[in-house]
Design a protein around this ligand. Sequence first.
Ligand SMILES: Cc1cc2nc3c(=O)[nH]c(=O)nc-3n(C[C@H](O)[C@H](O)[C@H](O)COP(=O)(O)OP(=O)(O)OC[C@H]3O[C@@H](n4cnc5c(N)ncnc54)[C@H](O)[C@@H]3O)c2cc1C
Length: 596
Amino acid sequence: MPLLSRQDLEFCLYEMLDTESLLKSPRYSDHNRETFSQTLDTAEQVAEKYFAPHNQLADAKEPWFDGEKVHTIPEVKAAFHHFVNAGLLTARLDFEDGGMQLPHVVAAACTGYVTAANPSSSAYPFLTLAASNLIQHFASEELKNTYLPLLRSGQAAGTMALTEPDTGSSLADIKTTATPTDQGHYLVKGNKMYISGGDQDITDNIVHLVLAKIKGAPTGVKGISLFLVPKWQVDEQGRPRQRNDVQLAGLLHKMGYRGTTSTVLNFGEQNQCVGYLIGEPHQGLKYMFMMMNEARVGVGLGAAVIGYRGYVESLNYARERPQGRHPSNKDPASPPIAIIEHADVKRMLLAQKAYAEAAIALCLYANHLIDRIDICNDPQQRKPLQELLDLLTPIVKSWPSEFGPKANSLAIQILGGAGYIREYPVEQFYRDNRLNPIHEGTHGIQAMDLLGRKLWQSGSLGLQTLLGEINNTLQQAAEFAELNEYCEQLQAALQLMQTTIQNLGSQLQKAGPDIGLANASAFLSLAGHVVVAWLWLWQASAAMKGLQTGSSSGFYQGKLHACRFFFRWELPKIQHWSTLLQNADDTCRTMQNEFF
Ligand SMILES: Cc1cc2nc3c(=O)[nH]c(=O)nc-3n(C[C@H](O)[C@H](O)[C@H](O)COP(=O)(O)OP(=O)(O)OC[C@H]3O[C@@H](n4cnc5c(N)ncnc54)[C@H](O)[C@@H]3O)c2cc1C
């Protein structure tokens, strides 16, 4: 059973998104569709051979601490190093830095394979990649020269250390401190919690990127700085020299993602924790947001591909599991039919297809947008694209994170009792995917970011750019009479969204944020569904074009049917969310603590 459908990935890359147009840019002119395919082949092989086989084992045999050292099963370490050695960690880097200079969208499709194969083992290389990107952008030459070679060669892995026992969503309140010394470094002191990969036996060293406040810094987020804190201080060749004062206080035991160590870390128990400031003091959150935004798009993709795996697993099961007869068949002697023949099972399969394939398309679109921004030299054209990416990031993180686990829950339902037992993989998919609405900014925090900030940023330029992109799709879809129903519905949805936004704008201005943001999650749902409806119309247009070529008719018919499902069964829900929002419904806000 393939981890992902190559046909679907290539449909998104080439028939929906025009990935080949990137080849016109000098940056990608050495590439062609064949080099993209070869890289996808490599990623698929690494995923199949080194990540997939131990997905269930890593879940069953969690990392453990023997009092001195953390242990993971050896397959996790092997997978990490095969990923690095295949060049996948550095795929997006320039040729001169030893990379493949690959577009983000192709690199994302590659990472999709690896996460689909084994979400928890893939966390180690992805955190390392994000950490090295941040160091590359913001750290001093000295730090870059010391730590980038270690991270990029797999001698060290990266972490992001934001969360503290008392402080998760509200980073303004972190308590970890950093005190300058006269030797150029800082002494970091504090406790961090839930740090993924915070200790492990996979790499010789670990590079923690730690948020802390320098004594005397302004209060709130404006006082947060970013520090590079190695587990081992290194000599001039980068070899571990002396243990830094970072101690493992304990491993946490999770519902899913069990192969990734989840750690509580104490920094500076002996007042000896050496940390190096990255960039300027008090700018740490801004730098970290670069890593977090990248991570958020990555979280969306992870949720999408885990959702997809459940879809494929339950589809195959439904094709093979005989049970029951059509309601019209009253003959008990007739053979039972496969459950895929029951309309209700088809409903659950269609919903999974509509969620997972749209979520993958959404994440690839976001990565393609990053490529368009990267190769755009004209600041006037670049600005609207950047605003669009900013606007979409909370949706790209949150929509797949909500609907990926919903898809996995439906997969469990299709397998019936078999879905609930550990002999089948779908319960693990659900447990793994359930993390995604929680980490990298919870669902509720993303909703407030979208409605409270991103929507209005730069005079709502992001929204205007989004409407322009959707209009392009509507024009293309207008060529096909078969898609009229969806074009009209999407236009009405856009109208409803804009009316709702106007109403919310005046609520925020007149009544203030406590009332205006109270139902932000309903707005995230509404905006997410409108964006996904647009992507389904886009896929349907591409499918209509594909059908004209006369090939793969089943694949394209499947796309059209999933589009129909989304427009008929899902999109109408926006009316309900809009009503709640426009009425400034206060049911939740006015509920009192003591009434519960
Ligand atoms: C498996 C796992 C891996 C993780 N990996 C890392 C890591 O590598 N590095 C790292 O730094 N952190 C990591 N985290 C931490 C994660 O980012 C936090 O758990 C998350 O940000 C939420 O913080 P919290 O747990 O303190 O929840 P809280 O912030 O206490 O939130 C609890 C609930 O209250 C809601 N809430 C909070 N504030 C508001 C508000 N102002 N308005 C409305 N609702 C609100 C939230 O949406 C949520 O539903 C990880 C967590 C897990 C479970």
